[in-house]
Write a protein that binds this ligand. Structure first.
Ligand SMILES: Nc1nc2c(ncn2[C@@H]2O[C@H](COP(=O)(O)OP(=O)(O)OP(=O)(O)O)[C@@H](O)[C@H]2O)c(=O)[nH]1
Length: 672
């Protein structure tokens, strides 16, 4: 593969709801450019972009795949992203390094939820739309268009209209060339023809929208247009390019990725009108090739053959093979060996990469996703990537004992690859908690642990770290006395137990006249602390208790530290039983961000989860609901929220405080 200058590069992310046809479109683009000789199919598991076994098995994209196509002397770096919400982190990475976006819609399903969500996340990135699956039963170009206009604020402007639909889909009318383009299914061969007479009215209506959008794309043209002058074809072209580059209009194409129909006109548009990397908002107004090196790592994978691979985009300067660069985030130099242009599982080594290009490098020592590789003499740190926070927590444990260390180091490695998972050890419940973006994500982590690291693991629900406390003050006696020939054992204490709302534990002594000698005090405290590790209700740790040692007795020969410790344990257990013990549960601060229309359902659901809604406030088009909810009710909230809002809601939570568990629930927990 050649080295391409900045102006000959297009970095295009393909985004859409799962199943709209992103991977099929990527495959068709590769075929169209001659990079592959056979059109692979998702259903046959032989596409270039989805080559991981886990992707082939599920027939979905899990990883963003970089697929460079060489076309008309340019290099189009296609980033095929996953549509499934659990892998939203991959989309974030791709959008950070793309200069423009292809939004794929199914002509049958129209604008689906994830498409809407990712559309928002595109921010200011210029985008075009490809209405796919025109060959399918119930395909409707108009309906998809209408839904786009309903849901998106940008002007939506078709540059084509379909000729035929469903099994009868034959091609498109190119509204700029004013010609019919007919495609041969499979080969994608394109022939031109006259516009079918029955489409004449439609063509006129759409043409007017194009002229308007073109005028909006160029100030000079806008004046001309507003003064009622007609724009020439050349001016319309220029205006369209301006609007496409600035993102002031979204131009629409259509076709069938599966049958390789309608791909070439869209690719021509990318080449002719979509922005090159010098337009990216990070570098706007700069001479990208004259600036010092700044390359952002947006994805890291542990490749089974090559080892760790970092994918990066060069924003400014040139990245050279066999060079030394500076990781400005880690403040460490890194040695670059080969620069690899990847295409699915294929790779080509290149001597250098110009500003704007995307590639991978193997075997760096400290670099991870989000880091900037730069020039030590003139270091730059590029803005990182804001990954979504994981929301589904599950406990994970190795199936065979002794694999604990192996599990935690494997998870560490997976966390380097995937910034949307976290792992933590809960010291109270002794569980390893894995947090992910959803159930499928968890399943995939479990599979990877087995296939890549040989650790067989199971997942269970997270245990809730309950605690126990007391609600009354009591005074109790504890006596440990044994006479078994020779030395006996003797310890005797009187303890006062009382609730201590503002601290976990306090121990005091106020013993008169040496009833218990001073040297045994530490043993008594030790006994109390030991007893507190397992409460009398359900065996959870005891908290918020003050214990005072105020009396007792001793034996000059038989008393020992051990005897006093045991006496204290006895006293504490007895005392706790009498002091109205209760179970406490962790209460979380929860913030849920949702579109207004789900407000009622969300509040109803939080109430049914024993939550207290503290308030809500509008945030743009959304509502932020603040509540406090017991952790025990929140274990599967990420799944519930997804189903109530069809994936449109977000939430986060953090620990707030402990509160008493209602008696009926406490009883059930104690029985368990
Ligand atoms: N009839 C028809 N089917 C299509 C077309 N494009 C894609 N499909 C089918 O739709 C399904 C999903 O296609 P993909 O290309 O995997 O969709 P995707 O958007 O990449 O899906 P994710 O990566 O999982 O988000 C597959 O069964 C494809 O064969 C099309 O143009 N026509």
């Amino acid at each position: 593969m050649n080295v391409y200058p900045t102006e000959k590069i297009r970095n295009v992310a393909i985004i859409a709801h799962g199943g709209a046809g992103k991977t099929s479109l990527t495959e068709a683009m590769l075929y169209q450019t001659g990079a592959i000789k056979r059109l692979g199919r998702v259903d046959d598991g032989n596409t270039t972009a989805d080559f991981y076994p886990e992707e082939i098995k599920r027939k979905i994209t899990i990883n963003t795949t970089l697929v460079p196509c060489e076309y008309r002397g340019l290099k189009i770096n296609v980033l095929d992203t996953p549509g499934f919400a659990d892998f939203a982190g991959e989309v974030k990475g791709a959008l950070r390094v793309a200069d423009s976006v292809i939004v794929v819609l199914s002509a049958v399903a129209g604008v689906e939820v994830q498409t809407e969500i990712y559309w928002e996340e595109c921010g200011d990135l210029p985008r075009i739309a490809f209405i796919n699956k025109m060959d399918r039963e119930n395909a409707s170009f108009e309906k998809a268009l209408e839904e786009m206009r309903e849901k998106f604020s940008q002007p939506i402007v078709p540059l084509q209209i379909p000729i035929g639909a469903e099994a009868n889909f034959k091609g498109v009318v190119d509204l700029i060339k004013m010609r019919a383009l007919l495609f041969e299914p499979g080969t994608g061969k394109m022939t031109e023809a006259e516009i079918p007479a029955e489409l004449a009215d439609q063509v006129e209506a759409y043409k007017e929208q194009i002229v308007e959008a073109a005028a909006e794309g160029d100030d000079e043209l806008l004046n001309k247009y507003l003064e009622g002058e007609e724009l020439t074809d050349e001016e319309i072209q220029r205006g369209i390019k301006g609007a496409a580059t600035n993102g002031t209009a979204v131009f629409v194409f259509c076709g069938s990725a599966l049958n390789n129909m309608g791909i070439q006109p869209m690719m021509d548009f990318i080449v002719d009108c979509m922005p090159d990397p010098s337009h990216h908002s990070d570098v706007k107004g700069k001479d990208v090739s004259a600036e010092p090196l700044a390359a952002l790592v947006f994805k890291t994978i542990a490749d089974p053959y090559i080892g760790r691979l970092n994918f990066f985009r060069v924003f400014t300067g040139t990245m050279k093979a066999d060079s030394v660069v500076y990781n400005a985030n880690k403040e460490k130099e890194e040695r670059i060996g080969n620069l690899l242009v990847m295409r699915g599982k294929e790779q080509f080594a290149v001597p250098e990469l110009k500003a704007g290009d995307i590639a991978a490098v193997a075997k760096l020592s400290v670099t991870t996703t989000g880091d900037t590789l730069t020039d030590k003499a003139r270091p730059v740190i590029l803005k990182g990537i804001e990954f979504p926070q994981p929301t589904l927590a599950m406990a994970i444990e190795p199936k065979s004992k002794g694999d604990e260390d192996k599990l935690s180091s494997a998870l560490q490695r997976l966390m380097e690859e995937d910034p949307t998972i976290t792992m933590e050890k809960n010291t109270e419940t002794r569980q390893t908690i894995l947090k992910t973006m959803g159930e499928t994500h968890t399943d995939i982590i479990v599979e990877r642990l087995k296939s890549k690291f040989g650790v067989d693991v199971g997942t269970t629900e997270m245990k809730i770290p309950y605690r126990e406390t007391i609600r009354a003050m009591v005074q109790v006696e504890g006596k440990h006395k044994k006479q078994t020939g020779g030395h006996g054992q003797y310890g005797h204490v009187w303890l006062k137990l009382e609730p201590l709302p503002d601290a976990e534990f306090a121990f005091e002594e106020s013993v008169f006249g040496g009833a218990v000698p001073r040297n045994f005090f530490p043993a008594v405290e030790k006994g109390v602390r030991e007893a507190m590790t397992e409460g009398v209700l359900a065996g959870y740790p005891v908290t918020n208790v003050k214990v005072t040692l105020y009396d007792g007795s001793y034996h000059p020969v038989d008393s020992s530290e051990m005897s006093f410790k045991l006496a204290a344990i006895l006293a504490f257990r007895k005392g706790m039983e009498q002091a109205k013990p209760v179970l406490l549960e962790p209460i979380m601060n929860v913030e849920v961000l949702i579109p207004e229309q789900y407000l009622g359902d969300i509040i109803g659901d939080l109430n049914s989860k024993r939550g207290r809604v503290l308030g809500m406030e509008p945030q743009g088009k959304n509502q932020l609901v603040k509540a406090q909810v017991p952790l025990a009710e929140m274990a599967r909230y990420s799944i519930d929220l997804k189903s109530i809002t069809q994936g449109r809601g977000k939430f986060q939570m953090s620990f707030s405080h402990y509160e008493e568990v209602p008696a009926n629930i406490a009883e059930k927990i104690a029985k368990k």
